[in-house]
Design a protein around this ligand. Sequence first.
Ligand SMILES: C[S@@+](CC[C@H](N)C(=O)[O-])C[C@H]1O[C@@H](n2cnc3c(N)ncnc32)[C@H](O)[C@@H]1O
Length: 258
Amino acid sequence: MSTQTQQAVAMSREEVERRVRELGPWFHNLDLKGVQTAPEHFLGDYPRAKWVRFAHALPADLTGKTVLDIGCNAGFYALEMKRRGAERVVGIDSDETYLAQARFAAELSGLADGVEFRRLDVYDVGALKETFDLVLFMGVLYHLRHPLLALDLLHAHVVKDVLVFQSLQRGSPRVEELEADYPFEETEIFNQPGYPKLHFVEREYAHDWTNWWIPNRACAEAMLRDAGFELLAHPEGDVYVCRRGPVKPGQRAVYPTR
Ligand SMILES: C[S@@+](CC[C@H](N)C(=O)[O-])C[C@H]1O[C@@H](n2cnc3c(N)ncnc32)[C@H](O)[C@@H]1O
């Protein structure tokens, strides 16, 4: 156990409360030695309340597996993967504030060994130069100006086997059965609620200017398939478990590999 972990584990509740305040505001509501980090979260006990609805869809034993958590925030999912025995967990996020929370949570929970939190943008996953058995891409797609590029990059660089994906969805939950092609004169199909649609947020949504593109269900599923992911399970409203498959011949991410 590192000195940092020993110090964290030995912290009193008052010290934890003070550190949690210093590191805030928090998006993840974690339970750190009985201290809730975001007890007033607008989605309730988040993300635990969501996790309990799809936890069964992931392997209970991750012994020997490597995991990448993209947009890890304060590390809730990364630490759950470590609790399941993953050999190595890498959490990346573009926001250093959240990474500091994640590191503190890992130390305090005694889970820091084999867990690494790095500042890295999803567009730069090529820099990891590593593929992972399990990649989590939860709650990030709609925060991106270039969502399909991000999925292409995950496929090209980091997903070895399984991708767990979640995105906010808006619009119809219907999924229209589509033909392979339509003539130029066909316009009505675009008005079908179950046609894939990505809603562009020019200003703000939910008081958050970082929301850019919000898919309907058909679009989220179509984008995953188109980026080369086979949908294996849909265990919860907007959560998908996917397997890496082939992409169309000639299709690749238009972004330099670094
Ligand atoms: C809504 S939170 C989701 C957190 C967590 N994955 C979950 O599902 O609970 C979005 C997270 O993605 C991070 N993020 C946003 N844009 C990103 C980007 N371009 N690259 C990496 N992380 C990003 C944010 O800093 C934030 O921590």
